[in-house]
Structure formats: structure tokens, C-alpha cells
Design a protein. Sequence first.
Length: 131
Amino acid sequence: MGAHKAEGSGHGVSTVAAACMGALAVVGAYLAGGWSQPISAAPQAAEPRTMVLTSADLEKAFWICDYTATEKGVNATPIDVCSKVTEDLKNEKFHGDFEELTNWWRQNKLIAHQSLREQESLSRPVANVSR
């Protein structure tokens, strides 16, 4: 998804990381084929429900995966989840056309990464200056 960048930010959990965890939790539930919810208060077997992600959800998860892999390294991403997100985005948005996905990625990467970088910098705690 991107070049490996070895150095870390040295900061705590960022908004991007929190968004990534949220998006990946949604994607993880999606990959698991749904989740169980009780139908009533009485003890019964729960029926699995399929979670459907919108194209916008897939795009958001894709960009978070791509940004994280680029800035923190591929090992900072859940590779299986990010691979599935990429595959599903390719099929959903680009009708399975990898070249079209790649062209879209090239055209939008700088803007998408800049947006995530700005979100990350806004979430960094401001250092208290002691007098």
C-alpha cells in the first residue's frame, strides 16, 4: 500500500489511530460475517446479521490502512483486514478493475494522506510549558 517508514511518531493514540481502530473494528465485524444479537430478552440462539459497508466506509478504511502503512510501516496494520478492505473496495467501486483502483489511488493519495496527517496533528497533546 505504501512505502515503509520506520520511525515512529512518539505520540500516544492519535485521532487517526482511533479512527483506524474504529474503522477496522467495523471492518473486522464485516469480515467475520456479522455479529450476534439477541432477538428478545428470553435466552435464545442469536441470529448472525451481515454487516454491509458502504463504498464510503470502505474508502475510509482503505485510506486509513494506506496512511498507516506508509507512515508507520506495513507491520503497524492488520494486513489481512487491510487486504480484504482493498479487495472489497476494488470490487465495489471499480468493478474489480485493479488498474482503475491504482489510478484512483495515485490521483487521491496526497490529498487523503494530508487530511489524515492534519487530523493526527490536531489530536496531538500540546506540551505544557513550565515557567
